[in-house]
Design a protein. Structure first.
Length: 132
């Protein structure tokens, strides 16, 4: 499910998903984002694309161990840019302002009560958004 945080004073708004953005890297090296409820089917499609129609359990596990990750939506506390970031694999830097280090990134889902990056007021606790 998602939470929507809005800051009424400046209108800044961000939606965060509790499950983040799970992905699997396809044969072209691109991240394919897979979401509930078809997450497993979509991941399986990429596994088949990589390994062909016949593969062993071991090969499949290896693909899942090495080519999957989770790039949750993050908010840059400097410029308010919202972007997908996998803390395990991506450089800890905002692609827009390139200003922050790890401590300045906040997961969109955890924005409740945080200072607004635009006007520095405090964000709302969040309203329930979509459910998946
Ligand atoms: Zn930024
Ligand atoms: Zn604000």
């Amino acid at each position: 499910m998602s939470l929507i945080f809005t800051f009424e004073q400046c209108g800044f708004s961000v939606e965060g998903w509790d499950e983040g953005n799970p992905y699997i890297i396809n044969s072209k090296g691109k991240r394919v984002y897979c979401y509930h409820p078809s997450l497993e089917t979509e991941m399986e499609q990429v596994v088949v694309e990589l390994l062909g129609p016949i593969y062993t359990e071991q090969a499949r596990n290896e693909v899942l161990a090495t080519r999957t990750g989770n790039a949750a939506d993050h908010v840059c506390m400097h410029c308010g840019n919202i972007f997908k970031l996998d803390p395990k694999h991506d450089p800890m830097q905002c692609p827009k302002c390139r200003q922050w280090e790890a401590a300045d990134a906040v997961k969109a889902f955890e924005m409740g009560g945080m200072p607004c990056p635009k006007c520095h007021g405090t964000m709302s606790e969040g309203a329930m958004g979509a459910i998946s």
